[in-house]
Design a protein around this ligand. Structure first.
Ligand code: NI
Length: 389
């Protein structure tokens, strides 16, 4: 197993890749130039098996070890940027106005490239490493992770376990954090249209006022969590969008509202869908109105498997020491589309410290280049831990 000093030579090169990607951000499935850059680098490392164009611009590349037969494990990085105007004021700021790498996927790609170069050179493991570079992590359904799974990469490349890594501002550089079980929430969205009867605001008795009914529905939804779910199980229901009339004196025919549901318990998604529908329909009907209801399942719970979480902790601790790896962090209610890969195969996602930078998706955010050798070292140690010859 290696400590981080092994990877400082690679860091210089990885910084160049990272800053090039940072200056040239691309969105969603249209990460064509990024994917071309990745494929060229992989080929220059002597990697022969590179499949491009998966889920439009995704890549899977295989590095067989020299240690003989064994399983194939997948290591995943995401490549897409965000539609944000950069305000980091770094010399390597985005050259594309309105697009920036505000989630550090430039760093994720550079770290996996660094590991690829190292592993293609040493190959001191058995079985095979599948490098997975995906587009469109940031988009709503269907995202790049889902599309790559649906395109059959797990079966086609015989991947038996899959691992992910995301940087985390607020965690010190050189530190890692992970937990067994749910680490990020599922994300579902819903739309409710309350259909009443419009009229003049001065004559509410001649109307069926969807505004007042909507207010009751919003309050009703807040008690689903407080009164109907186990207090030890996390569920968030937030109404975030509301559209009624555009005038002081009009009661509208209908009100449109929308919101989001987050949970760490996969079973609570069914519960939320059922209960939100029941509450909205019941409240509307009792007032003589109707509702249209749509529940949109988006990203599943990012669920770390026990055995793979232990392997990830071991790989990180061998790199940076026990005290720099928190193996029991609290789950967060954000969502991440690596969840689809963890539904398809057992695996684990770990956080790597990005130091005291601006937060993810903030215009002043920048991936911390000091984290690069730690990320590269983690991937290498993980491969040598899981596929130890
Ligand atoms: Ni991200």
């Amino acid at each position: 197993m290696s400590t981080v000093e092994h990877f400082t030579d690679l860091q210089r090169e990885a910084i160049e890749w990272r800053r090039y990607l940072h200056q040239n951000p691309e969105l969603n499935f249209r990460v064509d130039n990024t994917a071309r850059f990745v494929a060229e680098k992989l080929a220059s490392f002597g990697i022969n098996h590179i499949e491009t164009g998966i889920a439009e611009t995704g890549i899977v590349a295989l590095i067989p070890g020299d240690g003989g037969d064994g399983p194939t494990i997948g290591l995943r990085a995401d490549m897409d940027a965000l539609p944000i105007v950069e305000a980091s004021n770094k010399p390597w700021s985005s050259r594309v106005s309105g697009k920036m790498h505000a989630c550090g996927h430039d760093g994720h790609t550079a770290m996996l490239l660094g590991a690829a170069k190292y592993l293609a050179n040493t190959r001191s493991f058995k079985g095979c490493v599948a490098l997975i570079f995906q587009p469109a992590e940031e988009v709503e359904l269907p995202s790049g992770g889902l599309k790559m799974v649906e395109s059959g990469i797990m079966d086609r490349f015989n991947i038996s376990r899959v691992f992910g890594m995301h940087n985390s501002p607020g965690i010190e550089v050189g530190h890692f954090a992970i937990c067994d079980g749910p680490i990020l929430a599922s994300q579902d969205d819903f739309d409710i249209v309350v259909k009443g009867k419009g009229g003049h605001a001065a004559s509410p008795h001649r109307a069926i006022d969807p505004v007042v009914i909507s207010a009751q529905i919003i309050l009703g939804l807040q008690t689903l969590v407080s009164r109907n779910t186990d207090p030890t199980e996390a569920l968030v229901i937030s109404v975030t969008k509301l559209k009624a009339a555009q005038a002081y004196n009009i009661i509208p025919d209908q009100v449109e509202m929308a919101g989001t549901v987050r949970t760490l318990m996969p079973g609570l998604r069914d519960f939320a869908e059922r209960q939100i529908r029941m509450a909205a329909e019941g409240i509307a009907r009792s007032a003589g109105a109707n509702v249209e209801f749509k529940y949109i399942r988006s990203v599943p719970v990012t669920f770390n498997h026990t055995q793979e979480t232990s392997l990830a902790i071991k790989a990180a601790r061998d790199l940076v020491g026990s005290s720099a790896v928190d193996g029991k962090i609290k789950a967060q209610m954000g969502a991440e589309d690596f969840a689809y890969m963890l539904e398809a195969r057992p695996g684990a996602m770990i956080y790597i410290g990005n130091g005291s930078t601006a937060g993810l998706h903030h215009p002043a955010y920048d991936f911390n280049d000091d984290a690069l050798p730690y990320g590269i070292g983690y991937w290498v140690n993980l491969v040598e831990t899981v596929l130890g010859a």
